[in-house]
Design a protein around this ligand. Structure first.
Ligand SMILES: [Fe+2]
Ligand SMILES: [Fe+2]
Length: 452
C-alpha cells in the first residue's frame, strides 16, 4: 500500500513536470531563485522536531514561509526547481533516509508546493500589488490548502505504515501545527511583498533575524535533549538500584526460613520467562518480576519458631503460615505503584480449581501473574533440596505439574512452562538450594528473561 501511494506521488510529480515544461516560459531568474533555495534549505536544516507519530517526524519549519513566498513570486518553472531543491534539503540533511522515504519526501514536497501554487493563482488579485486587504482571504485559503494537503499526504503514509486511523493522525497533526502555520503564512506573505519591493535586501532583512532566532531555539532544544537524555540515564540507574533492593529484600525473606535462600529469585527467573512466553508487556513484566520476588514477603510477619521448626507442623501452625499471603498484601497494599503487586501476592496460593487460600478464588478470578507465580513457586519447591527431602529431577516435577494441570495450575501457564522447557532445555531449571552465592544475582538468574 505504501509503495502504491509513493508511486502515485511520483506519477503526479512527473505529470506536473511534463505539464510545466511543455506550457511554461522557460525563463528562470537565478538571482532570485538561488537566495530562496539557500535560505529555504537553511531553515529546513535548522528545523525543530515538533512531535512524532510512529517515528514519523512532524515538523513546523519556518521554511514554509519561504515556500509560500516562492508560490506568490515565482513562475511555474522556477517554482518547480525551487521545490525540487527544497525537497532535497529535507531528505539529505541532517538524516539519511531509506530510498522510499527519500522519494516520498521529495515528490510530496513538489506536489504540495505546486498544488498550492495553483490555488494561489486562481484566487489572488492579479494587479501586481501583493500586500492589500483583498489578498488576505486568498492568502489564508492558500496557506490552508498547503497545510491541509501537506499534513494529509504525510498522515496517509504514517497511517498506512502504523495502522493508526488516518483521521486520528490528521487531527493530532493539525492540533500541533495549525497556529504555527497561520503565523508562518503571514510571514511568507509579507516576505513576498518585501522581496517585490527591496529584492535581495528585503529577503535578507527578513530571513537573517529569523535564522538567528531559529538557531537560538535550535541550541535551546539541543540543550533540552541533552538534559532529557541525562534524566533517562538517572532513571535507568534508579531502576537498577530499585531492582537490586528488591533482590536484597527477597534474600531477607528467604533467609528467615531454613534452606530457602535463592527461592524467591529463582521463582522470579521462572515467572519472567513464562511471562515473556505469554507476551507480557514491559509494564506487566515489571509487576510480575516484583510480585514473584516478593511473593513470600508476608513471612516476615510469621514468627521464626514456626518458620524454622525442625519437626512436623501442627494444624494451627499451618494456619499461621497460610496467613503469609494476606500479611504480604497488607504490607504492600498502601504502597503507591505496588497495588497490583500486592494483589499478586495475596493470590499466589490460590488454586486454579478453587481449592487454594485465602479466598478460594477460581480460574480467571485469579490474576494471571499469581497463576504463574503459583506454578513457579511449586516448581522451585519440587526441584530444590529441603530439610525433609532431596531436590527432584526436572522430569519428575514435569509429571507432577502436568498431573495438576487444570486443578492446581492454570492450563495455559502449564503449556507455556512445557514450551519453555523444550526450548531452553533442562539446564534452565535448577536446584536453588545448591545455587552458589555468586549465581544469586539478577544478571545470572534473569538474563534474557526480564523483558517480553
Ligand atoms: Fe508463599
Ligand atoms: Fe514461595
Amino acid at each position: 500500500m505504501a509503495k502504491v501511494y509513493i508511486a502515485f506521488h511520483v506519477m503526479l510529480t512527473s505529470i506536473i513536470f511534463y505539464y510545466v515544461l511543455k506550457n511554461s516560459p522557460s525563463s528562470i531568474l537565478f538571482s532570485r531563485l538561488i537566495p530562496f533555495i539557500v535560505f529555504g534549505s537553511m531553515f529546513e536544516i535548522l528545523r525543530l522536531k515538533a512531535f512524532s507519530v510512529n517515528e514519523q517526524e512532524m515538523n513546523v519549519s519556518a521554511g514554509s514561509a519561504i515556500i509560500l513566498a516562492a508560490v506568490m513570486l515565482f513562475n511555474p518553472l522556477e517554482l518547480l526547481l525551487f521545490a525540487f531543491c527544497y525537497g532535497l534539503s529535507i531528505v539529505i540533511f541532517p538524516r539519511i533516509v531509506s530510498p522510499f522515504k527519500f522519494i516520498f519526501n521529495l515528490t510530496e514536497t513538489i506536489n504540495v508546493t505546486y498544488i498550492t501554487f495553483l490555488v494561489w493563482n486562481s484566487l489572488h488579485l492579479k494587479n501586481g500589488v501583493l500586500l492589500c486587504t483583498e489578498n488576505i482571504l486568498p492568502m489564508l485559503f492558500t496557506i490552508s490548502a498547503f497545510v491541509l494537503l501537506d499534513i494529509l499526504s504525510v498522515s496517509i503514509i504514517v497511517s498506512i505504515s502504523s495502522h493508526i486511523k488516518l483521521f486520528t493522525i490528521w487531527r493530532k497533526s493539525l492540533e500541533w501545527v495549525l497556529v504555527s502555520y497561520v503565523l508562518v503564512a503571514f510571514v511568507g506573505w509579507i516576505l513576498a511583498a518585501t522581496y517585490n519591493e527591496f529584492h535581495l535586501f528585503g529577503l535578507l532583512g527578513f530571513v537573517l533575524p529569523l535564522l538567528l532566532m531559529r538557531y537560538n531555539m535550535y541550541l535551546f532544544v539541543k540543550d533540552k535533549e541533552t538534559q532529557y537524555a541525562q534524566l533517562q540515564d538517572y532513571n535507568e540507574l534508579l531502576k537498577d538500584n530499585n531492582e537490586q533492593l528488591l533482590i536484597t529484600l527477597s534474600h531477607i525473606i528467604d533467609a528467615r526460613e531454613n534452606s530457602l535462600l535463592g527461592h524467591s529469585l529463582t521463582v522470579a527467573k521462572y515467572a519472567t520467562a513464562i511471562g515473556a512466553k505469554l507476551n507480557f508487556t514491559t509494564e506487566e513484566m515489571y509487576d510480575l518480576k516484583r510480585g514473584s520476588l516478593l511473593h513470600d514477603i508476608g513471612k516476615l510477619g510469621i514468627c521464626e519458631a514456626i518458620l524454622q521448626k525442625p519437626g512436623k507442623l501442627t494444624e494451627d501452625e499451618f494456619k499461621v503460615i497460610r496467613g503469609h499471603s494476606l500479611i504480604g498484601y497488607k504490607i504492600l497494599e498502601s504502597n503507591k505503584g505496588m497495588e497490583r503487586v500486592a494483589k499478586i501476592i495475596i493470590q499466589h496460593h490460590e488454586q486454579y480449581s478453587g481449592g487454594g487460600y485465602p479466598n478460594q478464588l477460581k480460574a480467571e478470578e485469579i490474576l494471571i501473574e499469581s497463576r504463574i507465580v503459583a506454578l513457579c513457586d511449586a516448581l522451585d519447591t519440587m526441584l530444590s533440596t529441603r530439610p525433609y527431602k532431596q531436590g527432584w529431577p526436572i522430569d519428575k516435577a514435569v509429571v507432577e505439574i502436568v498431573r495438576c494441570r487444570g486443578t492446581h495450575f492454570d492450563l495455559k501457564v502449564v503449556d507455556a512452562f512445557l514450551e519453555l522447557k523444550s526450548e531452553l532445555g533442562d539446564g534452565f531449571f535448577t536446584n536453588s538450594y545448591e545455587a552458589k552465592d555468586n549465581e544469586l544475582s539478577l544478571g545470572n538468574l534473569l538474563s534474557g528473561h526480564q523483558e517480553p
